[in-house]
Ligand binder design. Sequence first.
Ligand SMILES: [Zn+2]
Length: 319
Amino acid sequence: MSADRRSRNNVFAGLALDRHAEQRDDAEWLSGQIDDPRAQFLVLAADGRALVRTDCDALRLLDAGERKAWFAHATASFLGADEHGPRFVLRVEEARAERLAAELDAAWLDLRSAGLRLHPFQSGLFAYARALSHWQSRTRHCPVCGAALAIVAGGHRARCTNTYCEAEQFPRTDAAIIVIVSHEDRCLLGRHAKWAEARYSTLAGFVEPGETLEDAVRREVMEEAGVRVVDCDYHSSQPWPFPASLMVGFTARADDPTIRCGPELADARWFGVEDLRRALAGRSIILPPPVSVSYRLIEHWLRETAGLDLAALVNDERW
Ligand SMILES: [Zn+2]
């Protein structure tokens, strides 16, 4: 399977939407999109939850008429378009959020739950909208001169309003690596010091300035578990807007199984297939949910190592 296909299997990934990045600066084109009678508007609350329907697991998108009725003076950010028309995101202020939901027979849903419940296109759209909206809400002043910023380009750029400065800011994406390390027929999983007793996951960390992704994999595995990685390969990636990450998944091989846990981890262990099967059956460990790329990496390792399906082993009714 190609990395492209593996990425598409990740939740929030593979959004089939034309972003029209080259047209977002064209104000006339943009107003044509907003006035398109097929336009649909995703609504986010101040806390990042999205408006969803109460009768099924789907976003409660506003149509053009509802947008005019509820958000006549609000600026919508352009997300993109497909054969069903353009999509935008709007943010509702806290004071009106509950009334909006009540009058549209809708509810508010957080992104993690949406990743498990909504159609992949809709959860991907939500993730994209949330990332953009969060960046806008935290990008108010120019980091060069301190003047106010104006959001332009359909919501995708912020420009300093000081005419002597005019520095531009772009939505930020913080790259983080996440890796399943194997040694012979076992894989390395760790438990963060702040996590619940039984929760284990693959190792992860942010990429630092001046590092390649591979450097970050080697450094994080060494810092967290004291394990030396000898080679690593890209697996897949996933937008992870909590609030602004891009998870870059890797597989890697250790040359020595000796573990020396750093301060971040309370425990790190090598799990063979049988260890994992027994631990999951006895519920002595909890793995990350399928919404995460960590789950996909463990799933990949289990399939490659033993031809087994992780979902069949997990069998957890909460998922
Ligand atoms: Zn400035």
